[in-house]
Ligand binder design. Structure first.
Ligand code: MN
Length: 447
């Protein structure tokens, strides 16, 4: 089954006991985020009674690897290759009329962003933030669409502050601003998991991320024209904001609690002036609580998918990769290989480090280690690694500025080879084993 709307997805995970209802009254200031965080990685939550809100709020809708596999319709082991295939073989988008687009059931040109239940997530956040908005824009030169998620601070009834990191939207806005023109944007909130994941694909410029969603669906993504801007948005979004990034305008945005579990500082940043809002009759609002598994996995799956292909080019017998939650699903990667030649672990480390400036520490283990189990990985580092021989450090390469230990982005990189030497004497690294253990069910033995 393919889930091409948020509500279809919610009904499926509720059937499976993975979505819980919260009927108790909760505050948008801290309380909603605090409750959501308690359920992190276990349940999605639907808050039905949010203070001052006219609509329910959901969070944690793709908070585990099992949920992502379910959304893709594949086993957990196939998720990364499935995503890579969709990215390599983009699908289609199809334009539908407003009559066939649920998001057009209500349209208003007198926007009050205060009507949206945007939470204040963390103690020092600069205000309420929209965190699950998928932003659509077109390259002012080529007209090619780009799709990306940005944190958006509610600054006024029709104004949003935005953080634009130097990727594709940044180029579009720079070109528009240089010409003294606004850049039209639309922000879709309340989307299905595959569309959210597609928006996070690491693509070259000129790739329309919506076509990756079409490939993940296995059928065209339905889009509908906006009211006040020349853009198309998902017809089954719950809510769409339309507006313009204003040239030459900067207002204070931040601070904001980010994925590395630190605050991104406040700074003057670009502003979106909102010109229209559309929604379905009874919209459901989606918020992503920063640094939860939902947030981290949205970034991790596309990154791991790309990383696996890059390492495979260098070390064909790579088995799997894991960007660990402790590293914010950005800075730490564990790689398992089916080692055939001495030195392959180091080559896998080079490949991983060169794949992205974000990656800081790489651990390579043998395929008998469960890379999703941090105790197992630590055991491999403890018993299969000698630091003088197996650890190497490259000083002051380019890293991530959000890592507070970096020197304005300059960051040391480390590789740890925790694989067994191929010439080790027989039996020296034999893992202890109890015959029959795997087949035993504890419930059969205890009262
Ligand atoms: Mn892009």
């Amino acid at each position: 089954m393919t889930f091409t709307s948020l509500r279809h997805w919610l009904s499926e995970i509720e059937k499976r006991g993975l979505l819980k209802q919260v009927n108790r009254r909760v505050s948008l200031k801290y309380e909603l985020a605090a409750v959501g965080k308690k359920a992190d990685g276990r349940y999605a939550l639907r808050f039905n009674n949010v203070e001052k809100a006219t609509m329910p709020v959901v969070t944690g809708i793709l908070g585990s690897r099992e949920l992502i596999a379910l959304a893709m319709g594949v086993t957990r082991e196939k998720v990364l290759d499935h995503f890579a295939r969709a990215q390599a073989n983009p699908g289609q988008c199809v334009l539908v009329s407003a009559d066939d687009a649920p998001v057009k059931e209500k349209v208003t040109h007198r926007v009050d962003l205060g009507s949206l239940p945007a939470p204040i997530h963390h103690e020092k956040d600069g205000g309420p933030y929209l965190t699950a908005g998928v932003l659509v824009a077109k390259d002012p030169v080529t007209g090619v669409r780009n799709v990306s998620i940005h944190r958006l601070q509610v600054l006024g009834p029709n104004r949003l502050g935005i953080l634009i990191l130097p990727r594709h939207l940044f180029q579009f806005f720079r070109a528009a601003e240089a010409a003294g023109r606004p850049l039209e944007v639309a922000v879709a909130i309340g989307l299905d998991p595959l569309l959210l994941l597609a928006s996070q694909a690491l693509t070259p410029p000129g790739c329309d991320e919506f076509t990756i969603a079409g490939a993940l669906y296995g059928r065209p993504l339905e889009l509908v024209k906006c009211e006040t801007v020349d853009l198309e948005v998902p017809a089954r979004a719950e809510i769409v904001l339309e507006g313009r990034l204003l040239p030459g305008v900067r207002e204070m945005e931040g601070p904001f609690g980010e994925y590395p579990k630190y605050y991104g500082p406040a700074s003057p940043r670009p502003v979106v002036e909102v010109t229209a809002m559309s929604s379905c009759r009874d919209p459901i609002y989606h918020t992503i609580i920063p640094a939860t598994m939902e947030h981290l996995l949205l970034g991790a799956i596309p990154r791991e998918s790309g990383l696996l292909q890059i390492i495979r080019n260098a070390v064909p017998n790579v088995v799997n990769v894991h960007l660990t939650p402790g590293g914010g699903c950005r800075y730490h990667v564990v790689v398992s290989i089916d080692k055939q030649n001495e030195g392959e672990a180091k080559n896998a480390i080079f490949a991983a480090l060169s794949s992205s400036q974000e990656i800081k520490h790489v651990v390579v283990v043998d395929k008998d280690v469960d890379i999703f189990n941090s105790v197992d990985v630590e055991w491999a580092v403890a018993t299969r690694c000698q630091a003088g021989r197996d650890v190497f450090i490259i000083e002051r390469a380019l890293g991530n500025r959000l890592d507070p230990s970096s020197d304005d982005g300059l960051s040391d990189k480390m590789g740890i080879d925790a694989t067994i030497p191929l010439n080790a004497e027989s039996g020296r690294f034999e893992k202890i084993r109890i015959p029959g253990e795997d087949a035993i069910k504890l419930e059969d033995y205890i009262e």
